[in-house]
Design a protein around this ligand. Structure first.
Ligand code: NAD
Length: 501
């Protein structure tokens, strides 16, 4: 097995060029000149990783210009040629998967055991949409006695992709791959906390033969480069993943230019455990779905709703598991939980520990900082929470679970639906009729019954209420990145009114 020391040495060789040159924008296939910079630091020890080019409205304008110029040729390229290029991108991601995972762990604090798979999932995303590219334009034939109606789909134009810092590489591929497969060109603005692997992705795409200008990368702040991208008249749509309140801002910013928006936003996802469930499997899933990926995961099950008849025993087993979680260096093969991404996020998560205590919930595990270097926090569990409490309502986005109890199905549903969010839900029961009833009534875009989150790329991904607008996955992604056109061919015999005759 590769040791932590081996991984640190390899990482060092990958980071060397960024220490010298900084992490730069890539526009029209070229490094874009910059004289303003910000810093990205590792959550492991707060050390400087590299300086990062700070994009502004002028940088975004240059990127949008490049994306606009590249659009006609890319859109016109036959789908099988786009497919071939996207498969080459996937090949190169696979070839550099270790480098991507090492950089992602160091930049975000995520544990290697999850990030090595996330890099490969990025390649899978490219392969999945590559295979759909040749059929992306397909439509329907809708004949009537007088007309033959035919629909076709056309890429909407240059689009903006704005991504967050949690699993940034995988999430970026999830947005960029369908956009490119559809025939759109892209300006990508990654999160300021995790710029490193976005640069690797842009480089890989160009190395794979993506024409200059088809994917452009602009680093910077949300209120600077991000805002400018949402306001740019040549950018036809914004695919955004991030917080719900940022989604509201983007909707306002894009109103003037009538932006089409696709939002994947926050969540406060319930996992509901009924007394008749397979409790061993439910326990494994409950722990996995909030403590993997540092809990920095939109689909994490951050609210446990457990039936009161089994709550005491379930909580006792849960506490033992939470206390047994291995917190450590993200590149250590044994680590299950790494440090939180940034000081500001550490302060936010720690703040909710204080809020939970003040509101009267029981701190059953964790809650304290670990060490004095880096942004490590003990995996945290609150029990005896009440539905109105802030820790049961607001997204904490850390290794932080809030547990509530319920008497019966009706109360479970009321609690589960009683937040502003509606991204995902997890249901554990062996009563089939209840599983059907409950999943139909639960306000969520995605529900897993007797399962943790297992993704299947052709299925729709997205949320309801404050968790989002629109769906990704399979053909749903193309609906967003493409316009549908209907052409009606008259068969030549319908009556045309003769006005003025
Ligand atoms: P964030 O909203 O703070 O930032 C996301 C991105 O938006 C960043 O690139 C940021 O620079 C940019 N941004 C910020 N303000 C902007 C503005 N005014 N205009 C344009 N862009 C702007 O989110 P975050 O803290 O980076 O990520 C965590 C959030 O993302 C959580 O709420 C999480 O649930 C959500 N998320 C949702 C999904 C999903 O699929 N539903 C997936 C992953 C993450």
């Amino acid at each position: 097995m590769t040791t932590l020391q081996d991984r640190l040495r390899t990482l060092d060789t990958h980071l060397d060029r960024f220490r010298k040159d900084g992490i730069r924008h890539l526009i029209a296939g070229q490094d874009h000149a910059t004289d303003t910079w910000f810093e990205t630091r590792s959550p492991v020890d707060d050390s400087l990783i590299a300086r990062v080019a700070l994009g502004d409205a002028a940088t975004v304008a240059a990127a949008a210009k490049a994306a606009k110029a590249a659009f006609p040729a890319w859109a016109a390229l036959p789908g099988d040629q786009r497919k071939a290029i996207l498969h080459r991108i996937a090949d190169l991601i696979e070839a550099r998967a270790d480098e991507i995972a090492l950089c992602e762990c160091w930049d975000t604090g995520q544990a290697w055991r999850f990030m090595s798979k996330a890099a490969l999932r990025g390649a899978e995303n490219f392969r999945f949409f590559a295979d759909l590219a040749p059929g992306a334009r397909e439509g329907q034939s809708l004949p009537t006695p007088s007309h033959w109606n035919v629909t076709t789909r056309h890429p909407i134009g240059p689009v903006g992709v704005i991504t967050p810092w949690n699993t940034p590489f995988m999430l970026s591929t999830w947005k960029i791959a369908p956009a490119l497969a559809a025939g759109c060109t892209v300006v990508h603005k990654p999160a300021e906390f995790s710029p490193l692997t976005a640069r690797l992705l842009a480089e890989i795409c160009h190395e794979a033969g993506l024409p200059p200008g088809v994917l452009n990368l602009v680093h910077g702040m949300g209120e600077g480069a991000g805002k400018a991208l949402t306001e740019h008249p040549d950018i036809k749509a914004i695919a955004f993943v991030g917080e719900s309140r940022t989604g509201s801002m983007i909707m306002r910013q894009g109103a003037e230019t009538l932006k089409r928006v696709h939002f994947e936003l926050g969540g406060k996802n319930p996992v509901i455990v009924f007394e008749d469930a397979d409790l061993d499997r439910a326990l494994d899933a409950v722990v996995f779905m909030i403590y993997s990926l540092n809990g920095e995961r939109c689909t994490s099950s951050s609210r446990l709703l457990v039936q009161d008849s089994i709550a005491a025993d379930f909580h006792a087993r849960l506490v033992e598991r939470v206390k047994g979680l291995k917190v450590g260096h993200p590149l250590d093969p044994a680590t299950e939980i790494g440090p939180l991404i940034h000081r500001t996020h550490f302060d936010k998560v720690s703040g909710y520990v204080r809020i939970g205590r003040e509101d009267g919930a029981t701190l059953a595990a964790g809650g304290d900082r670990i060490g004095s270097e880096g942004w490590y926090i003990q995996p945290t569990l609150f029990t005896d929470a009440k539905p109105h409490m802030r820790i049961a309502q607001e997204e904490v986005f850390g290794p932080f679970l809030t547990s509530l109890t319920f008497r019966d199905e009706a109360e479970a549903l009321q609690i589960a639906n009683g937040t502003a969010y509606g991204l995902a839900g997890y249901l554990w029961t062996n009563d089939l009729a209840r599983a059907i009833r409950f999943s139909q009534a639960l306000d969520a875009g995605m529900i897993w019954v007797n399962s943790e989150n297992v993704r299947h790329l052709p299925t729709p991904f997205g949320g309801v209420k404050a968790s989002g607008i629109g769906r990704d996955g399979g053909d749903w992604s193309f609906d967003f990145y493409m316009e549908t056109k209907n052409v009606a061919f008259a068969l030549g015999h319908h009556k045309i009114q003769r006005l003025g005759a």
